[in-house]
Ligand binder design. Structure first.
Ligand SMILES: Nc1ncnc2c1ncn2[C@@H]1O[C@H](COP(=O)(O)OP(=O)(O)OP(=O)(O)O)[C@@H](O)[C@H]1O
Length: 450
């Protein structure tokens, strides 16, 4: 495994031989770098948390696949505020280099775990299911992969409709490393009929109620050794939440009509597009049940917060819908897809691409005529990109005290980062799309790295 290491400031540089020597034995191939850190895992060693340290963290995070471990060499340790500033700037973790502890082993343990998580993310199991590298999505995906593959924790997935909660639940199940992992059992809580729900969850004994001609296993038995996915858990009736408390806590349940307790062992994954904590405050969801399903919570971002993923997702859906040919989108269709709103999130995008695909004929790129009339923008263009969300982002920056210079710089840095990511780091293509020369783009990046 390879990782970069950068030393910032005089004091950190003085410790360089000691740090490098200690890090030699941890099984990582180190590449010592300067201001321009390569993509991938890395360690930033510094003495002080000042603007240049925070900028260095931000810069190295321009590549979304990069992860930075911030290591302070200060003898006084890291103040709490400094830790949070480092994390806000994009560091994945922050620790202090202390001779008294085996800091090298601590660093190696973190990098190895991050490396393992990223390898899983690159694997077909994840890639064929969940497309996207947006900065708002990747940290969520990393967290999900880590919880799924390295823990047996229950997971609560929050997010608007169509953001991929069910797809994520399937992935969590697939990544579960239990040796004899069994099935994924899904229960849609919106379709649970209160009168029959006991049997659906707990199973029943023969003759336990009218119509129970045979004994039957319920979801808790079927999910034994596997995963129980409670979709739309916010719709679970209150009375039923009370009945599920024990099995969720202790994995013990009784079949309807039985006296004996049964043991089961499943990973619980719950999903909802409701604001469960609000529902708890309003009395629509039991607080005790909420806390029992809350062991790990992940909020999936809506598509409007991950615009970088719109085109890769569209291409992915094209490939799955028309595996026989490599269909491309022409520039106007790309612009249309980027400007459009998606209240139904990824599901809406997938359905739209499905409609477009059905109309498209021939092997050439998809053109605006392939967009069904009802989906076309009402005005002549797909709308102004300086829309409400653009104004809101500026508003937020202003309220946090950012000035014109910082806002302008952030806007162009973001544009550069997005285009470079879309063009897989190809400087010439990125420069062409940004309407600047290669040299201007290089200079711009170099200024940034100073
Ligand atoms: N990252 C992704 N990459 C590719 N396809 C995705 C991704 N996320 C979601 N999808 C697809 O989008 C559609 C909607 O996803 P899913 O059903 O998982 O959403 P959901 O959040 O569970 O929605 P709901 O709350 O309405 O049940 C599915 O067809 C799913 O395969």
């Amino acid at each position: 495994m390879k990782a970069w290491i950068r030393f910032m400031g005089r004091d950190a540089a003085q410790l360089r031989p000691t740090v490098l020597e200690a890090l030699q034995g941890v099984g990582i191939e180190w590449v010592v770098c300067g201001a321009q850190a390569p993509a991938g895992l890395g360690v930033l060693v510094f003495n002080e948390v000042d603007t240049s340290t925070l900028d260095a963290v931000r810069d190295s995070r321009m590549n979304t696949m990069t992860r930075v471990l911030a290591v302070a060499t200060t003898s006084q340790g890291l103040a709490a505020g400094a830790c949070w500033r480092l994390l806000q700037a994009g560091a994945s973790d922050a620790l202090v280099w202390e001779g008294s502890r085996d800091a090298a082993a601590e660093i190696a343990a973190r990098l190895e775990r991050w490396h393992a998580v990223d390898r899983i993310i690159e694997s077909p199991a994840v890639q064929r299911r969940l497309v996207g590298r947006a900065p708002s999505w990747l940290p969520v995906l990393r967290q999900l992969v880590e919880v799924a593959a390295f823990t047996d924790a229950s997971v609560l997935l929050l997010g608007e409709s169509g953001t991929g909660k069910e797809e994520v639940a399937r992935l969590i199940h697939e990544l579960d490393r239990r040796p004899n992992r069994r099935d994924l059992v899904t229960l849609d809580c919106t379709t649970v009929v209160p009168e029959l729900s006991g049997s659906e969850f707990f199973g029943h004994e023969r003759g336990s109620f009218t119509g129970a001609a045979n004994a039957r296993d319920g979801a808790f038995a079927l999910a034994d050794g596997g995963t129980l996915f409670l979709d739309e858990v916010g719709d679970l009736p209150l009375a039923l939440q009370a009945q599920l408390l024990r099995v969720v806590q202790e994995r013990l349940y009784k079949r309807v009509g039985a006296n004996a307790w049964q043991q089961t062992d499943f990973r619980l994954v719950c999903a909802t597009n409701r604001e469960l904590s609000e529902q708890v405050t309003q009395g629509g969801f039991r607080r005790d049940f909420f806390h029992r399903i809350l062991s790990w919570m992940c909020r999936l971002p809506p598509l409007r917060e991950r615009p970088e993923d719109i085109l890769p997702l569209a291409q992915h859906f094209l490939r799955t819908l028309r595996p026989d040919m490599e269909l491309e989108l022409d520039p106007h269709v790309r612009e249309y897809l980027l400007m459009r709103e998606y209240p139904g999130n990824i599901r809406e995008l997938r359905q739209l691409i499905g409609r477009i695909c059905k109309r498209h004929v021939g092997s050439g790129p998809i053109t605006v005529g392939d967009i069904p009339p009802d989906d076309r923008p009402s005005s002549e263009g797909p709308g102004d990109w300086r829309d409400v969300s653009f104004a809101q982002a500026i508003q937020r920056a202003l309220s946090l005290g950012a000035g014109l210079k910082e806002i302008g710089r952030s806007a162009s840095d973001t544009a550069i980062r997005l285009v470079l990511a879309e063009e897989q780091g190809n400087l010439q293509r990125a420069a062409r799309r940004l309407g600047v020369t290669d040299r201007a783009l290089q200079l711009r990046r170099a200024q940034h790295d100073e």
